[in-house]
Design a protein around this ligand. Structure first.
Ligand code: 5AD
Ligand code: SF4
Length: 471
């Protein structure tokens, strides 16, 4: 169905391919008394993690089962990230060795999808470097995965689909979320901002919102299945609804999600400072289920660099916005993304970044060294900053960010917080959960508390996690 340039596609159009592959897989099962298995390797952000849940859901529907052991898999998929060069080189490094596995098992299907192959020249490079790949497809073709897989299986050749100019909203893709009571839900795809360093608008397409009724229906279903916490996903959630002829703005969507029985915590990522309106701040203040946490990427503290980055706010705008958030939501945790070494960044610009970090006192920050991305405006800019300068600034920034995170976490010592337990800690037989402000807390408590809310007194604090006991 067409809707002012947005194409809604129902996953039902893939039913034929899902059925055909399912048939092949049940025949395989009856012959071999073993299910065909898949293994997915995911890089990058929460959007990719959620896309992998959709890949898993589609594969389950086609009769595969998941394995954590790559050696026993019949189908291996890399869901890739292109945001920095480092993420891309890891993928190249990890595909190569699979040639050996493929030589041993000629029926093994190997695929690469996500943001890397959405760039046509990268898709071509992958096909050239690794001729043993069976499927190469971009983010925009995710909903067509069964069709591509069917073609790869039946035609025995590399299937490439990067559907460059097709921005769709696909509904009804089966989704296999990991066990637990927290769930990701897409609300808007794509990005229109074209920050000058960023590849995302090129690999995720233009902004397109899901219809509110589809989102609310999905969350109601999740709640009926025991989900207590939802994270609403979008490259820029603050743009939600603007592209729909009868859309509702993001804060109205939050109100509606807040009304859904069974959902107890609402989170969202990511917010762009330029689009964060007072209405959203008031919604965060007034809606009891919306958590006191915002991820608000600042990227740089220098007004001059922010302009070069095409961010549309100044250092002062950002600081004012933070002040407004803190005044309205006193316990709010603010986290951010920061890039050091953007082209032309001087020591003075960098000190502005340190100054913002000190003034805001971020609860935590993802810090990155600027990475040149082909096709973006910043890649053409003169005055690229040398690697050693980037590294030195990165270390100074990280030290400050960690000092502040530790200080903030120590302020929590002795206090009691509501934690939603959602997994096992890495060691010491502890469970792990999060506060409403999204702090990770390792908790000494019985397994009976798994997936439940508990009140925990904080006894130990580091820069990255806290430890506490149930009271
Ligand atoms: N180099 C370094 N970091 C980048 N990011 C996006 N593009 C680049 C790049 N070219 C960072 C931004 C963004 C986060 C997801 O990744 O900080 O918010
Ligand atoms: Fe990239 Fe900027 Fe869009 Fe974020 S808002 S995805 S940094 S272009």
């Amino acid at each position: 169905m067409e809707n002012r340039g947005i194409y809604y596609i129902d996953f039902g159009t893939q039913a034929h391919f899902v059925e055909e592959i399912e048939k092949m897989n049940s025949e395989y099962y009856f012959k071999n008394r073993r299910n065909r298995m898949y293994h997915i390797i995911t890089y990058g952000c929460q959007m990719n993690v959620h896309d992998s849940e959709k890949l898993a859901g589609m594969l389950n529907a086609m009769g595969y089962i998941e394995t954590q052991n790559i050696e026993e898999a019949d189908l291996i998929i890399f869901n890739t990230c292109a945001v920095r060069e480092h993420a891309e080189s890891r993928v190249y490094g990890n595909i190569g060795p699979l040639k050996k596995l493929k030589d041993k098992k000629p029926d093994l299907i190997i695929g690469v999808c996500g943001c890397m192959p959405q760039q046509v020249e990268v898709a071509q490079k992958l096909a050239r470097l690794f001729p043993f790949l069976d499927i190469i497809f971009g983010t925009k073709s995710l909903h067509r995965f069964p069709q591509l897989l069917y073609k790869a299986i039946t035609e025995h050749k590399t299937v490439i689909d990067v559907a460059e100019d097709e921005d769709v909203v696909a509904e009804g893709i089966p989704t296999a979320r990991k066990e637990g009571v927290s769930a990701f839900v897409n609300i808007i795809y794509g990005c229109n901002n074209f920050c000058s360093y960023c590849i995302v608008p090129y690999v995720r397409g233009r902004e397109r919102s899901r219809r509110p009724e589809e989102i609310l229906f999905e969350i109601e279903q999740l709640a009926a299945n025991g989900v207590k916490e939802v994270t609403l996903l979008g490259q820029n959630v603050n743009s939600y609804g603007k592209d729909l002829p009868d859309g509702i703005p993001f804060h109205k969507l939050l109100e509606k999600v807040n009304d859904i029985n069974g959902i107890e915590r609402i989170r969202f990522v990511t917010s762009h400072p330029k689009d964060l309106l007072d209405d959203l701040i008031y919604a965060m203040r007034d809606l009891e289920k919306v958590c006191e946490h915002i991820h608000l990427p600042v990227q740089s503290g220098s007004t001059r660099i922010l302009k070069e980055m095409n961010r549309h706010y100044t250092k002062e705008d950002y600081l004012k916005l933070v002040e407004k958030l803190k005044n309205n939501i006193p316990d709010i945790a603010i986290t951010t993304d920061i890039i050091v070494g953007f082209p032309g960044e001087t020591e003075e610009d960098f000190e502005d970044t340190l100054d913002v970090v000190k003034k805001v006192e971020f609860d935590s920050a993802f810090t990155f060294m600027y990475s040149k991305r082909r096709g973006t405006r910043a890649a053409q800019m003169p005055n690229q900053v040398p690697d050693e300068v980037k590294r030195e600034r990165f270390q100074r920034l990280l030290k400050l960010v960690e000092e502040i995170a530790l200080k903030k976490n120590k302020q929590m010592l002795g206090n009691t917080y509501e934690i939603l337990i959602d997994g096992y800690a890495k060691k010491n037989n502890l469970l792990v959960g999060r506060t409403r402000t999204n702090k990770v807390v390792n908790v000494k408590c019985s397994e009976d508390f798994m997936y439940k809310f508990v009140n925990v007194r904080i006894l130990e604090a580091t820069e990255h996690w806290l430890y506490g006991e149930v009271i």
